[in-house]
Design a protein around this ligand. Structure first.
Ligand code: NDP
Length: 313
Protein backbone atom coordinates (compact mmCIF):
# COMPACT_ATOMS: atom_id res chain seq x y z
CA UNK A 1 0.00 0.00 0.00
CA UNK A 2 1.21 3.47 -0.83
CA UNK A 3 0.25 5.14 2.44
CA UNK A 4 2.78 5.46 5.23
CA UNK A 5 0.48 4.14 7.94
CA UNK A 6 -1.23 0.79 7.49
CA UNK A 7 -4.97 1.29 7.89
CA UNK A 8 -6.58 -0.15 11.00
CA UNK A 9 -10.02 0.23 9.46
CA UNK A 10 -11.25 -0.07 5.90
CA UNK A 11 -14.46 1.79 5.11
CA UNK A 12 -16.52 0.43 2.22
CA UNK A 13 -18.57 3.22 0.67
CA UNK A 14 -18.53 6.99 0.24
CA UNK A 15 -21.97 8.19 1.27
CA UNK A 16 -22.77 10.10 4.46
CA UNK A 17 -22.20 6.97 6.58
CA UNK A 18 -18.77 6.15 5.13
CA UNK A 19 -17.40 9.68 5.27
CA UNK A 20 -18.72 10.28 8.78
CA UNK A 21 -17.01 7.07 9.90
CA UNK A 22 -13.80 8.44 8.31
CA UNK A 23 -14.13 11.78 10.10
CA UNK A 24 -14.58 10.10 13.50
CA UNK A 25 -11.78 7.57 12.99
CA UNK A 26 -9.45 10.29 11.76
CA UNK A 27 -10.14 12.45 14.78
CA UNK A 28 -9.51 9.39 17.00
CA UNK A 29 -6.12 9.07 15.29
CA UNK A 30 -6.95 5.72 13.73
CA UNK A 31 -5.52 5.28 10.21
CA UNK A 32 -8.39 4.49 7.88
CA UNK A 33 -8.81 3.83 4.19
CA UNK A 34 -12.07 4.47 2.37
CA UNK A 35 -13.07 2.84 -0.92
CA UNK A 36 -15.46 5.03 -2.85
CA UNK A 37 -17.15 2.30 -4.88
CA UNK A 38 -18.98 2.62 -8.15
CA UNK A 39 -20.91 5.74 -7.24
CA UNK A 40 -18.51 8.12 -5.44
CA UNK A 41 -20.47 10.20 -2.96
CA UNK A 42 -23.38 7.77 -3.00
CA UNK A 43 -26.99 8.45 -3.72
CA UNK A 44 -26.96 12.11 -2.70
CA UNK A 45 -24.83 12.87 -5.74
CA UNK A 46 -27.80 12.03 -7.94
CA UNK A 47 -30.36 13.92 -5.93
CA UNK A 48 -31.54 17.48 -6.20
CA UNK A 49 -31.62 19.93 -3.35
CA UNK A 50 -31.37 18.49 0.13
CA UNK A 51 -33.64 20.53 2.36
CA UNK A 52 -33.64 18.43 5.49
CA UNK A 53 -29.98 18.09 6.35
CA UNK A 54 -29.59 20.09 9.58
CA UNK A 55 -27.42 23.23 9.58
CA UNK A 56 -28.27 24.12 5.98
CA UNK A 57 -31.33 26.32 6.49
CA UNK A 58 -31.49 27.27 2.79
CA UNK A 59 -30.92 23.71 1.55
CA UNK A 60 -27.84 22.44 -0.24
CA UNK A 61 -27.25 20.52 -3.49
CA UNK A 62 -26.63 16.82 -2.90
CA UNK A 63 -23.26 16.74 -4.74
CA UNK A 64 -22.06 19.83 -2.88
CA UNK A 65 -23.04 18.32 0.45
CA UNK A 66 -21.06 15.18 -0.40
CA UNK A 67 -17.99 17.23 -1.39
CA UNK A 68 -18.13 18.77 2.08
CA UNK A 69 -18.32 15.33 3.73
CA UNK A 70 -15.35 14.22 1.66
CA UNK A 71 -13.26 17.30 2.40
CA UNK A 72 -13.93 16.92 6.12
CA UNK A 73 -12.85 13.26 6.11
CA UNK A 74 -9.69 14.12 4.14
CA UNK A 75 -8.90 16.90 6.59
CA UNK A 76 -8.57 14.33 9.36
CA UNK A 77 -6.50 11.92 7.31
CA UNK A 78 -8.91 9.46 5.70
CA UNK A 79 -7.19 7.97 2.67
CA UNK A 80 -9.71 7.80 -0.17
CA UNK A 81 -9.36 5.44 -3.11
CA UNK A 82 -11.60 5.20 -6.15
CA UNK A 83 -11.76 1.41 -5.96
CA UNK A 84 -14.70 -0.93 -5.58
CA UNK A 85 -14.63 -3.73 -3.02
CA UNK A 86 -15.47 -7.03 -4.69
CA UNK A 87 -15.13 -9.38 -1.71
CA UNK A 88 -14.08 -9.61 1.93
CA UNK A 89 -12.62 -12.81 3.34
CA UNK A 90 -13.78 -12.95 6.95
CA UNK A 91 -12.67 -16.52 7.57
CA UNK A 92 -9.33 -15.49 9.09
CA UNK A 93 -7.78 -12.41 10.67
CA UNK A 94 -6.76 -9.86 9.65
CA UNK A 95 -9.60 -9.69 7.15
CA UNK A 96 -8.65 -9.77 3.50
CA UNK A 97 -10.39 -7.07 1.46
CA UNK A 98 -10.26 -7.44 -2.33
CA UNK A 99 -11.04 -4.56 -4.66
CA UNK A 100 -11.07 -4.24 -8.43
CA UNK A 101 -7.46 -3.01 -8.11
CA UNK A 102 -5.81 -4.86 -5.26
CA UNK A 103 -5.87 -6.74 -1.99
CA UNK A 104 -5.66 -5.29 1.52
CA UNK A 105 -5.35 -6.73 5.03
CA UNK A 106 -7.07 -4.99 7.90
CA UNK A 107 -8.25 -5.82 11.43
CA UNK A 108 -11.59 -4.00 11.20
CA UNK A 109 -14.04 -3.12 8.40
CA UNK A 110 -16.95 -0.70 8.29
CA UNK A 111 -19.53 -1.59 5.64
CA UNK A 112 -21.22 1.57 4.38
CA UNK A 113 -21.98 0.42 0.85
CA UNK A 114 -25.50 1.85 0.70
CA UNK A 115 -28.19 0.75 -1.69
CA UNK A 116 -28.91 1.01 -5.42
CA UNK A 117 -31.97 2.20 -7.34
CA UNK A 118 -34.35 -0.53 -8.53
CA UNK A 119 -35.72 -1.00 -12.03
CA UNK A 120 -39.06 -2.46 -13.05
CA UNK A 121 -37.50 -5.55 -14.62
CA UNK A 122 -39.57 -5.37 -17.80
CA UNK A 123 -38.22 -7.29 -20.83
CA UNK A 124 -35.80 -5.16 -22.86
CA UNK A 125 -35.70 -2.44 -20.17
CA UNK A 126 -31.95 -1.89 -20.63
CA UNK A 127 -32.51 -1.08 -24.31
CA UNK A 128 -34.12 2.17 -23.22
CA UNK A 129 -31.26 3.37 -21.01
CA UNK A 130 -30.13 6.63 -22.57
CA UNK A 131 -33.13 6.51 -24.90
CA UNK A 132 -35.72 7.95 -22.57
CA UNK A 133 -35.49 5.74 -19.49
CA UNK A 134 -33.68 6.96 -16.37
CA UNK A 135 -33.53 6.62 -12.59
CA UNK A 136 -31.99 10.02 -12.00
CA UNK A 137 -33.92 13.22 -12.61
CA UNK A 138 -30.96 15.41 -11.68
CA UNK A 139 -28.76 13.70 -14.22
CA UNK A 140 -31.20 13.47 -17.11
CA UNK A 141 -34.09 15.88 -16.53
CA UNK A 142 -32.48 18.53 -18.68
CA UNK A 143 -32.84 16.32 -21.77
CA UNK A 144 -36.62 16.49 -21.54
CA UNK A 145 -37.15 20.22 -21.80
CA UNK A 146 -40.66 21.03 -23.09
CA UNK A 147 -41.57 17.34 -23.30
CA UNK A 148 -43.95 15.04 -21.43
CA UNK A 149 -42.56 12.68 -18.82
CA UNK A 150 -43.74 9.81 -16.61
CA UNK A 151 -42.39 9.08 -13.13
CA UNK A 152 -43.07 5.68 -11.57
CA UNK A 153 -43.43 5.25 -7.80
CA UNK A 154 -45.34 6.67 -4.86
CA UNK A 155 -42.60 7.34 -2.29
CA UNK A 156 -40.66 10.51 -1.50
CA UNK A 157 -38.15 9.86 -4.26
CA UNK A 158 -40.88 9.68 -6.91
CA UNK A 159 -42.55 12.82 -5.55
CA UNK A 160 -39.28 14.70 -5.38
CA UNK A 161 -38.32 13.65 -8.91
CA UNK A 162 -41.76 14.55 -10.28
CA UNK A 163 -41.61 18.02 -8.75
CA UNK A 164 -38.05 18.57 -9.95
CA UNK A 165 -38.91 17.44 -13.47
CA UNK A 166 -41.63 20.11 -13.75
CA UNK A 167 -38.71 22.52 -14.19
CA UNK A 168 -38.24 21.02 -17.63
CA UNK A 169 -41.32 19.10 -18.69
CA UNK A 170 -44.62 20.47 -19.94
CA UNK A 171 -46.39 17.69 -18.04
CA UNK A 172 -45.34 14.99 -15.56
CA UNK A 173 -47.56 11.95 -15.01
CA UNK A 174 -46.91 10.19 -11.73
CA UNK A 175 -47.67 6.50 -12.22
CA UNK A 176 -48.46 4.74 -8.95
CA UNK A 177 -49.64 1.17 -8.48
CA UNK A 178 -52.06 2.02 -5.65
CA UNK A 179 -54.60 4.78 -4.94
CA UNK A 180 -52.61 6.17 -2.03
CA UNK A 181 -49.10 7.62 -1.96
CA UNK A 182 -46.39 6.40 0.40
CA UNK A 183 -44.36 9.63 0.50
CA UNK A 184 -44.38 12.22 3.29
CA UNK A 185 -47.40 14.52 3.69
CA UNK A 186 -45.52 17.68 2.75
CA UNK A 187 -44.21 16.16 -0.50
CA UNK A 188 -47.63 14.71 -1.33
CA UNK A 189 -49.26 18.10 -0.86
CA UNK A 190 -46.68 19.79 -3.07
CA UNK A 191 -46.95 17.21 -5.85
CA UNK A 192 -50.73 16.88 -5.84
CA UNK A 193 -51.18 20.67 -5.92
CA UNK A 194 -48.69 21.13 -8.74
CA UNK A 195 -50.35 22.30 -11.96
CA UNK A 196 -47.96 20.31 -14.18
CA UNK A 197 -48.32 17.00 -12.29
CA UNK A 198 -51.08 14.54 -13.14
CA UNK A 199 -51.72 11.27 -11.30
CA UNK A 200 -52.17 7.88 -12.92
CA UNK A 201 -53.52 6.00 -9.89
CA UNK A 202 -53.70 2.20 -9.70
CA UNK A 203 -51.37 1.93 -12.66
CA UNK A 204 -48.22 0.08 -13.55
CA UNK A 205 -46.14 0.11 -16.72
CA UNK A 206 -46.88 -2.86 -18.92
CA UNK A 207 -44.30 -2.01 -21.56
CA UNK A 208 -42.13 0.72 -23.01
CA UNK A 209 -42.99 1.78 -26.57
CA UNK A 210 -40.09 2.75 -28.88
CA UNK A 211 -40.02 4.65 -32.17
CA UNK A 212 -38.13 3.25 -35.17
CA UNK A 213 -34.81 4.45 -33.64
CA UNK A 214 -35.46 2.79 -30.31
CA UNK A 215 -36.26 6.03 -28.51
CA UNK A 216 -39.09 5.97 -26.00
CA UNK A 217 -42.29 7.55 -27.33
CA UNK A 218 -44.88 6.11 -24.94
CA UNK A 219 -45.47 3.77 -22.03
CA UNK A 220 -48.37 1.33 -21.96
CA UNK A 221 -50.13 1.65 -18.62
CA UNK A 222 -51.99 -1.24 -17.04
CA UNK A 223 -54.87 -0.38 -14.72
CA UNK A 224 -54.38 -2.62 -11.67
CA UNK A 225 -58.11 -2.49 -10.82
CA UNK A 226 -59.87 -3.20 -14.13
CA UNK A 227 -56.97 -4.63 -16.15
CA UNK A 228 -57.39 -2.09 -18.96
CA UNK A 229 -54.40 -0.88 -20.93
CA UNK A 230 -53.74 2.54 -22.44
CA UNK A 231 -50.78 4.28 -24.01
CA UNK A 232 -49.39 7.41 -22.39
CA UNK A 233 -47.28 9.44 -24.83
CA UNK A 234 -44.01 10.39 -23.08
CA UNK A 235 -40.46 10.81 -24.27
CA UNK A 236 -39.02 10.29 -20.80
CA UNK A 237 -39.75 7.80 -18.04
CA UNK A 238 -38.11 7.99 -14.61
CA UNK A 239 -38.21 4.95 -12.34
CA UNK A 240 -38.27 5.78 -8.61
CA UNK A 241 -39.43 2.60 -6.88
CA UNK A 242 -36.93 2.18 -4.11
CA UNK A 243 -33.58 0.52 -3.63
CA UNK A 244 -31.69 -2.73 -3.16
CA UNK A 245 -28.96 -2.87 -0.48
CA UNK A 246 -25.44 -3.35 -1.85
CA UNK A 247 -24.53 -6.53 0.01
CA UNK A 248 -23.84 -8.95 -2.84
CA UNK A 249 -20.04 -8.64 -2.45
CA UNK A 250 -20.29 -10.00 1.10
CA UNK A 251 -21.20 -13.44 -0.15
CA UNK A 252 -23.64 -14.13 2.68
CA UNK A 253 -20.98 -14.01 5.44
CA UNK A 254 -22.93 -11.43 7.41
CA UNK A 255 -26.44 -11.89 8.75
CA UNK A 256 -29.00 -10.24 6.47
CA UNK A 257 -32.77 -9.92 6.40
CA UNK A 258 -34.89 -11.35 3.59
CA UNK A 259 -34.27 -8.24 1.45
CA UNK A 260 -30.50 -8.35 1.83
CA UNK A 261 -30.18 -5.56 4.43
CA UNK A 262 -27.46 -6.25 7.01
CA UNK A 263 -28.68 -6.99 10.50
CA UNK A 264 -26.69 -5.35 13.26
CA UNK A 265 -26.89 -5.98 17.00
CA UNK A 266 -29.57 -4.09 18.92
CA UNK A 267 -28.74 -0.37 19.23
CA UNK A 268 -25.31 -1.06 17.75
CA UNK A 269 -23.59 -1.22 14.35
CA UNK A 270 -21.69 -4.42 15.20
CA UNK A 271 -22.50 -7.43 13.03
CA UNK A 272 -22.35 -11.17 13.64
CA UNK A 273 -18.61 -11.06 12.78
CA UNK A 274 -16.52 -9.33 15.43
CA UNK A 275 -14.61 -6.36 14.05
CA UNK A 276 -17.04 -5.82 11.17
CA UNK A 277 -19.50 -2.97 11.53
CA UNK A 278 -22.31 -1.81 9.24
CA UNK A 279 -23.91 1.59 8.91
CA UNK A 280 -26.06 3.70 6.61
CA UNK A 281 -28.59 2.45 4.08
CA UNK A 282 -27.04 -0.99 3.80
CA UNK A 283 -28.35 -1.77 7.31
CA UNK A 284 -31.26 0.66 7.52
CA UNK A 285 -34.37 0.12 5.44
CA UNK A 286 -36.51 2.21 7.74
CA UNK A 287 -35.15 5.76 8.05
CA UNK A 288 -32.78 5.90 5.03
CA UNK A 289 -31.93 9.55 5.52
CA UNK A 290 -28.58 11.30 5.08
CA UNK A 291 -28.69 12.43 8.70
CA UNK A 292 -29.42 8.96 10.09
CA UNK A 293 -26.74 7.46 7.83
CA UNK A 294 -24.23 9.97 9.11
CA UNK A 295 -25.33 9.14 12.66
CA UNK A 296 -24.77 5.42 12.24
CA UNK A 297 -21.43 6.13 10.50
CA UNK A 298 -20.36 7.91 13.68
CA UNK A 299 -21.57 4.94 15.76
CA UNK A 300 -19.65 2.46 13.61
CA UNK A 301 -16.42 4.46 13.92
CA UNK A 302 -16.75 4.69 17.71
CA UNK A 303 -17.55 1.01 18.03
CA UNK A 304 -14.68 0.03 15.75
CA UNK A 305 -12.28 2.26 17.68
CA UNK A 306 -13.32 0.69 20.99
CA UNK A 307 -13.16 -2.82 19.59
CA UNK A 308 -9.63 -2.24 18.26
CA UNK A 309 -8.59 -0.86 21.65
CA UNK A 310 -10.15 -3.72 23.63
CA UNK A 311 -8.38 -6.23 21.42
CA UNK A 312 -5.01 -4.51 21.55
CA UNK A 313 -5.06 -3.84 17.84
P1 NDP B 1 -39.98 3.86 -1.00
O1 NDP B 1 -39.68 2.45 -0.68
O2 NDP B 1 -40.41 4.77 0.10
O3 NDP B 1 -41.10 3.92 -2.12
C1 NDP B 1 -41.04 3.12 -3.25
C2 NDP B 1 -42.28 3.36 -4.07
O4 NDP B 1 -42.20 2.60 -5.27
C3 NDP B 1 -43.55 2.92 -3.34
O5 NDP B 1 -44.58 3.85 -3.57
C4 NDP B 1 -43.85 1.57 -3.98
O6 NDP B 1 -45.24 1.31 -4.06
C5 NDP B 1 -43.33 1.74 -5.40
N1 NDP B 1 -42.89 0.48 -5.98
C6 NDP B 1 -42.02 -0.43 -5.47
N2 NDP B 1 -41.82 -1.44 -6.31
C7 NDP B 1 -42.59 -1.19 -7.39
C8 NDP B 1 -42.82 -1.87 -8.60
N3 NDP B 1 -42.20 -3.03 -8.91
N4 NDP B 1 -43.68 -1.33 -9.49
C9 NDP B 1 -44.31 -0.16 -9.21
N5 NDP B 1 -44.12 0.54 -8.08
C10 NDP B 1 -43.28 0.03 -7.17
O7 NDP B 1 -38.66 4.39 -1.72
P2 NDP B 1 -38.17 5.88 -1.96
O8 NDP B 1 -36.95 5.73 -2.76
O9 NDP B 1 -39.22 6.75 -2.46
O10 NDP B 1 -37.78 6.41 -0.51
C11 NDP B 1 -36.88 5.67 0.31
C12 NDP B 1 -36.69 6.41 1.64
O11 NDP B 1 -35.98 7.62 1.44
C13 NDP B 1 -38.00 6.77 2.32
O12 NDP B 1 -37.85 6.62 3.70
C14 NDP B 1 -38.16 8.23 1.97
O13 NDP B 1 -38.94 8.92 2.90
C15 NDP B 1 -36.73 8.71 1.94
N6 NDP B 1 -36.55 9.88 1.06
C16 NDP B 1 -36.59 11.11 1.63
C17 NDP B 1 -36.45 12.23 0.86
C18 NDP B 1 -36.50 13.54 1.53
O14 NDP B 1 -36.82 13.59 2.70
N7 NDP B 1 -36.16 14.64 0.89
C19 NDP B 1 -36.26 12.16 -0.59
C20 NDP B 1 -36.27 10.82 -1.10
C21 NDP B 1 -36.42 9.73 -0.29
P3 NDP B 1 -46.11 1.00 -2.75
O15 NDP B 1 -46.30 2.32 -2.08
O16 NDP B 1 -47.36 0.43 -3.32
O17 NDP B 1 -45.31 0.03 -1.95
Amino acid sequence: MSDQKEPKVIIVGSGPAGYTAGIYLGRANIPNLLFEGEQPGGQLTITTEVENYPAFPDGIDGPELMMKFRAQAERFGTEIKGETVTSIDMSSRPFKVTTNAGEYSVPSVIIASGSTARWLGLPGEEDFFGKGLSACATCDGFFFRDQEIAVVGGGDTALEEAIYLTNFATKVTLVHRRDELRGSKIMQDRALAHPKIEMAWNSTIDKYVPDENGNLVAVTLLDTVNGEKRDLAVSGCFIAIGHTPNTQFLGGQLTMDENGYLITNADRTSTNVEGIFACGDVQDHFYRQAITSAGTGCMAAMESERWLGENGL
